[in-house]
Structures are given as structure tokens and as C-alpha cells.
Design a protein around this ligand. Structure first.
Ligand code: PEP
Length: 246
């Protein structure tokens, strides 16, 4: 049976209090499309206000630290984000893997920290353009997944996002046949890693998803939703993606 679709907006380092009205508009669209799960991950500074203003709408974090607390200036623990109202956290986004040199081991620890603090986790994996051109995409992504994979994983709290690095923010999208091949490989890897229950782990596609291509991407086998950057910033852009999923 197909999994219920899940559409998550990643606002990255965008959004001041003035943009809380965009979250309210998106939450209203989501409330009218109960056929899909929808959430927004704003910058951490907006989590608390977004949660208070939109009860019942799923607000998440874009990252969390793997440590419970301590000398990590500028970082936020999973418990802090949960206390602010986030119910899930993205971990291992390629921008963090590249900009902050996050390793697979750290991503695994972050997913486990999110779960320990009572949040769900969305683990991102994806290959670079060079890796795809070299024919290594499937190997790179499945190894990344295995090394980033948390202990005690369960579909109750874990989601995977396949995000080809070269498709993020570029307007370029892989062929649907390539998306299908990769999502099938991730599904197989999940079965190998966790056995029973792996079919229920949702696998999102991310990378230049928009209102024009969402229906086609969401129809690909094993694509259980989308992780959306640029097109999640306004209701006008995000609404059509929600509609395509619901
Ligand atoms: C992302 O940052 O997770 C992403 C998919 O960005 P965009 O949709 O802008 O490509």
C-alpha cells in the first residue's frame, strides 16, 4: 500500500517575523488538504512563534546538535528545539554536510538525538553531480544512508529525503527514471537495514520541486513526498505542491 504523502518546506536561512503570515497561509492550505501531511521548517528563531500562531500545524527544525547540552556555542540541542515546539528535525542536509563538514556519523547521532528528545527526524542523502556523472550515485547514496542510519529506526519517527546535490536550488531535476531507480535502491537498503516495517518509512524527493513538476515527481514509485526549498517560501508557490500531493 502506498504511504501517505508528506510535503515539508525547508526555509533555510530565510524568514523574519514578517514572514509568519506566509506560514499561516500555508497552514490554512494544508488544513484544507487533509490527504497529505504538510510541514514547514522555518529558521529556529521563528519556531516558537510559528507553533503558537498555527496550532496543529507541523513546525520542524532544520538541524539539531547531537549533544544533549554543553560547550557548543551557537548550536541548539534537540531538547531546546522540542521545547520551542518543533516536532521533527531535518538532519544531514547537503548544505550542512558541505558548509559545516558534517559526517555521516554526526548525522546518525543527530537523528538519534532528535528521537531521544521526542522529535521525528528527516535524514537527507544525495550525490554530487560529479558522483552521478561517474556512475556512482546509487553506491554513494546507499552507503551514506547506511552510515547515517540511526539505531532503533522506525517508520514512526524516521523519514528519508533523497536530494541530489546538483538539483538543489538549481532548477534542474533528474529524469523520473533516475528518481525511480534511486528511490527503489533506497527502499531496498532500508529493508536491509531495518527489515520489517521498512516499507512504511517515507522517502521524500528534494531538489527544485515546484508546482509545475510536483505531480510528475510525486507519481514516481517510492516517492512518498517532497522536501522543498525555494518553492516553500510562499503559499502561492507551495500551495500547488500541497494540492498535487493531497
Ligand atoms: C532543499 O534545500 O532541501 C531543497 C530541495 O531546495 P530547493 O527546493 O530550493 O531545490
Amino acid at each position: 500500500m502506498a504511504n501517505r504523502k508528506y510535503i515539508v518546506g525547508n526555509w533555510k536561512m530565510n524568514g523574519l517575523r514578517a514572514q509568519l503570515s506566509d506560514i499561516a497561509d500555508i497552514a490554512a492550505i494544508a488544513a484544507n488538504h487533509e490527504g497529505a501531511d504538510v510541514g514547514i521548517c522555518p529558521p529556529a528563531t521563528l519556531i516558537s512563534a510559528a507553533v503558537q500562531a498555527n496550532p496543529g500545524f507541523a513546525i520542524g527544525a532544520q538541524d539539531c546538535h547531537f549533544a544533549e547540552n554543553g560547550a557548543h556555542t551557537g548550536c541548539l540541542s534537540a531538547a531546546m528545539l522540542r521545547e520551542a515546539g518543533a516536532t521533527y528535525s531535518i538532519v544531514g542536509h547537503s548544505e550542512r554536510r558541505a558548509d559545516q563538514q558534517e559526517s555521516d556519523a554526526e548525522v546518525k547521532a543527530k537523528a538519534e538525538a532528535a528521537h531521544a528528545a521526542g522529535m521525528d527526524a528527516i535524514i537527507c542523502v544525495g550525490e554530487t553531480e560529479e558522483e552521478r556523472d561517474a556512475g556512482q550515485a546509487i553506491e554513494i547514496v546507499t552507503v551514506q544512508l547506511a552510515r547515517s542510519f540511526p539505531a532503533d529506526a522506525s517508520a514512526d519517527w524516521l523519514t528519508i529525503a533523497y536530494e541530489p546535490v546538483w538539483a538543489i536550488g538549481t532548477g534542474r531535476v533528474p529524469e523520473t527514471s533516475d528518481v525511480a531507480e534511486m528511490h527503489a535502491a533506497i527502499r531496498d537498503k532500508l529493508e536491509e537495514l531495518m527489515g520489517q516495517g521498512s516499507d512504511s518509512v517515507r522517502i521524500l524527493y528534494g531538489g527544485s520541486m515546484n508546482g509545475g513538476n510536483a505531480s510528475e515527481l510525486l507519481a514516481v514509485p517510492n516517492v512518498d513526498g517532497g522536501l522543498v526549498g525555494g518553492a516553500s517560501l510562499t503559499a502561492a508557490k507551495f500551495g500547488p505542491i500541497i494540492e498535487a500531493a493531497a
